[in-house]
Design a protein around this ligand. Structure first.
Ligand SMILES: [Zn+2]
Length: 513
């Protein structure tokens, strides 16, 4: 049996603390249910004394979530601990996590207490917590700037008073793997009763070293990592759960430890947290970023076709994604394009690769990324004329403001003839797409909308990408303009023209995306 590393998730406490607006009880419960499915060992559900809302959500989570240990945070103060104990009472397995600053800055500046006073606080609070709850965790906050001798005394005392988990936080994200390893090693060497507790780490990512610091601590004996989904947390965030878990799995040859996480739930959890917390994930974020399993270079794509292992250290399936994504651009080789066409349902003998690839490159040069619906359009078009847009947005006027109903007027040239319509909507973009719908008459549902600014400043060029569903399939449209509403309307028109082209080809289309 390999040594287990406990995964302590603090998305709902440290992560939530850093959001622009706090989450509702229901939102927290939805995240907690998914964390249960992910099989985290401990959920830090909140800081019960901080607000009535926090108290309520901790209690609801304690009542409804069965698998993981439900933990509440409290300062090393009697009232905090009592309120925390009350909040977690309904949980089958529960933990009180109590903390106090132990560094000179915290003792003198924040607490205005002597070393002895702080020891007395720790002694009393851990003892009280143990009386109220069998499972107690203690954190010396700002351990990194605490004197070694004093830290050893603190840890020994907390364990003696009954804390079964001692968490060593890098509260300000200042440590490095070498320093952190030395500190964890020092505790294992010098604290006589250290074998009576699980050593935990809580690292912040201010210098981008949270994952490295946490993993180094595991190599030096730590057996609990505190972390958050998508690396949410104060400032630059906490250690990202998905990173440490996949590192421990993929490099189990080095770490020789096991985790209880169901990694196939990682992607679903990441997406849920992204949506509920309204915190986007950068595309190049390890494990869960949009490009983490996307291959762009022609050489890499070719390698992936021949043997996946050439450029993939873990499979997308291992985190719950269906497949790696190949971004088709002008750098993609003809081999890759052909394999994508076959995946879309075309038979090899239907594909005139040389001719197709030439048209693909022309389009890729113009558009950047070529999507599946573009490939189908090229396949289905008989002549260059077929690829021309039947619908052209000639005029768009949108009026919106704080006290007016957003209204749009659009004029579209349809195969040479002008049509004009107006519509109201929930917002400017909604009004514009509704006006377009009235002229075009397709049933289109927008599923995803994203805006990227391509340049900086007031007159920045914005690129809007819309993914929409119609009865002929899923389509991706791109529009670029200095005006967001216009960029959105152009992206929508891109989709309209793609649907029109496919309707014209009158062929049952392979289902894509
Ligand atoms: Zn923290």
């Amino acid at each position: 049996m390999k040594d287990k590393v406990y995964i302590f998730d603090t998305t709902l406490r440290d992560g939530e603390q850093a959001l622009a607006s706090s989450l509702s009880v229901d939102q927290k419960l939805r995240i907690a249910r998914q964390l249960e499915r992910l099989k985290v060992d401990i959920i830090e559900a909140g800081f019960p004394i901080s607000s009535p809302g926090d108290f309520e959500s901790v209690t609801r989570i304690a009542r409804e979530i069965k698998g993981p240990v439900i933990c509440g945070l409290s300062r090393a103060v009697e009232k905090d601990i009592r309120v925390c104990a009350k909040a977690i009472t309904p949980a089958a397995r529960r933990r009180i996590h109590t903390f106090v600053g132990t560094s000179p800055i915290h003792r003198q500046g924040l607490l205005r207490k002597s070393k002895e006073d702080v020891l007395a606080m720790i002694s009393a609070s851990v003892k009280l917590a143990r009386r109220l709850c069998a499972d107690v965790e203690f954190s010396p906050m700002d351990a990194g700037r605490t004197e070694d001798d004093y830290l050893c005394t603190v840890v020994e005392l907390a364990i003696r008073r009954g804390a079964a988990t001692i968490n060593i936080p890098d509260t300000v994200g200042y440590t490095t793997p070498e320093l952190f390893a030395a500190q964890i090693g020092m505790l294992f060497n010098r604290v006589p009763n250290i074998d009576k507790a699980v050593i935990s780490v809580h690292c912040h990512n201010d210098l981008g070293m949270a994952t490295a610091n946490s993993l180094t601590a595991v190599s030096h004996g730590a057996r609990q990592i505190e972390c958050a989904i998508n690396g949410l947390g104060e400032r630059a965030g906490n250690t990202a759960l998905e990173e440490v878990v996949m590192a421990l799995k993929v490099r189990s040859d080095i770490f020789k430890t096991a985790v209880g996480i169901d990694t196939q739930e990682i992607m679903r959890t990441s997406r849920l947290v992204r949506e509920i917390c309204n915190m986007p994930v950068q595309p190049n974020k390890p494990i869960v970023g949009g490009n983490a399993f996307a291959h762009s270079s022609g050489i890499h794509q070719d390698g992936m076709l021949k043997a996946k292992k050439t450029f993939e250290i873990m499979t997308p399936q291992s985190i719950g994604l269906k497949n790696s994504r190949m971004n088709l651009t002008s750098r993609s080789g003809s081999h890759m394009v052909k394999s994508r066409l076959i995946a879309l349902g075309y038979a090899e003998k239907e594909i005139n690769l040389e001719k197709f690839y030439q048209r693909f490159i022309e389009l890729a040069d113009k558009k950047g990324t070529v999507y599946d619906d573009d490939l189908v359009a090229i396949m289905e078009s008989k002549s260059a004329d077929d690829m021309k847009d039947a619908f052209m947005l000639e005029y768009l006027n949108v009026s919106s403001g704080r006290k007016t109903v957003p209204t749009a007027t659009a004029r579209i040239i349809v195969r040479g003839k002008a049509f004009q319509e107006a519509a109201c909507g929930d917002g400017a973009v909604d009004a514009a797409t509704k006006a377009i719908d009235r002229i075009v008459g397709f049933k289109i549902t927008i599923e995803d909308f994203s805006l990227t600014s391509l340049t900086e400043g007031r007159e920045a060029l914005g690129k809007v990408k819309i993914v929409a569903r119609s009865d002929s399939g899923v389509f991706t449209g791109i529009g670029t303009s200095t005006d967001i509403v216009e960029a959105s309307a152009l992206a929508y028109m891109d989709i309209v023209n793609k649907i029109d082209r496919l309707k014209k080809f009158k062929k049952r289309l392979p289902s894509y995306q």
